[in-house]
Design a protein around this ligand. Sequence first.
Ligand code: NDP
Ligand code: 2IT
Length: 448
Amino acid sequence: MTKLDEKVEPMFQEVLKRNPGETEFHQAVREVIESLGPVLVKHPEFGHHKIIERICEPERQIIFRVPWQDDKGEVHINRGFRVEFNSALGPYKGGLRFHPSVYLGIVKFLGFEQIFKNALTGMPIGGGKGGSDFDPKGKSDDEVMRFCQSFMTELYRHLGEYTDVPAGDIGVGGREIGYMFGQYKRITNRYESGVLTGKGLDWGGSLVRPEATGYGATFFVNEMLKARKDSFDGKICSVSGSGNVAIYTIEKITELGGKVVSCSDSNGYIYHEAGIDLDLVKQLKEVERRRIKDYTNYHKDAKYVAGGNIWQIPCQVAMPSATQNEINGKDAALLVKNGCIAVGEGANMPTTPEGVKVFLDAKIAYGPGKAANAGGVATSALEMQQNASRDAWSFEFTEKKLEDIMVNIHRLCYETAEEYGEPGNYVVGANIAGFIKVAKAMVAMGLI
Ligand code: NDP
Ligand code: 2IT
């Protein structure tokens, strides 16, 4: 691992000491503050005001019990979290993740990344994240509803359109947001549309929000390719996952002329040389909630590899869209060796620090999650704008806004990397540009 700048090393040691065992949080903090040494030289006021130390400490952390009953009447206890990390730029904003692996360290890594991602969008949103170790897999609709109602029965008191506005993430989509919105409305007796995003179209949702993260990540990669006088046209692409982000990444890549040959879930991957049949993936995953393995029942020329590593498939563009740390140093080296020229992270922190180093050393176009997948939360902020003005925009209008936002994020990261003497390094560009926006607001607002 690279050595940290001597100004930020003690800050990182303090984070390790104060947050024992939270390895993903340590990783996310280290990755950001690694970029910040030169910023402290240019902006000594940030050091004076202890901005980095303050940013690393969440403003508020909420942990609560979530009891619920399954269809047989058996009682289950899960743990709920909401980490309200930073509100310098707006109300806390960020998704909820329901997955058995969720614990405080995961929620804090996601909340920390969210601060800088949200700043990059240029929208008035702070950073937060939440979730539960509840596993929605194999649960009936009624069980999911009862869980969501119990979860919201505690969480509602911490939320509000000007306070904290959750949305979806892994395991939380339109169905769960519906149940949670219903319970919030029932408890508060308020139809407060702006309290959650990712709502259904008939009750305050925004067109393009379901597509936004995948479309946005693809727009970002398209900008990175354009900066290298290249395009998606004819490129062979690999997209991991087969959930919300993966599906709409595959859709937009295909629209832009690329060919996606593989996708996955946590059990294995599909390789389909003819190109992934997206309508089938949508039917299997969005409608029937089945496993990706079943894809081969419908396409005999496709291959399913149980437990396989999707990054072994040669591709020119890789878009990890499943989960954290899914590309390690070896995977990254293999991708580069096999001719990969661009990586766009739809997922949050999908590449380990060793993998990131491989991509940066190879000088391929590498778009880190906090820049590349910001289209989801940006469109959530567009949903909030529509709710506040009681308006509903067309698909074309909203998609154009999303594209403009992604083009601007790309430009900001690109120019910031140049300004700090690291041209082409979007990691440095995203970390510094996001940090400076938040830091300036924190300085302006005094010691709070
Ligand atoms: P979904 O729940 O819709 O899909 C998640 C996909 O990733 C599934 O295919 C799932 O497979 C796979 N996956 C999840 N956990 C693991 C794991 N531990 N190991 C292997 N595969 C796994 O979630 P999203 O598509 O919304 O989220 C995907 C990624 O994108 C996450 O990193 C999320 O934080 C990030 N993201 C999401 C945004 C959004 O708007 N939804 C916005 C920005 C980033 P399986 O079904 O087998 O679990
Ligand atoms: O990681 C993310 O940016 C999200 N899961 C979306 C957050 C949001 O508030 O739309």
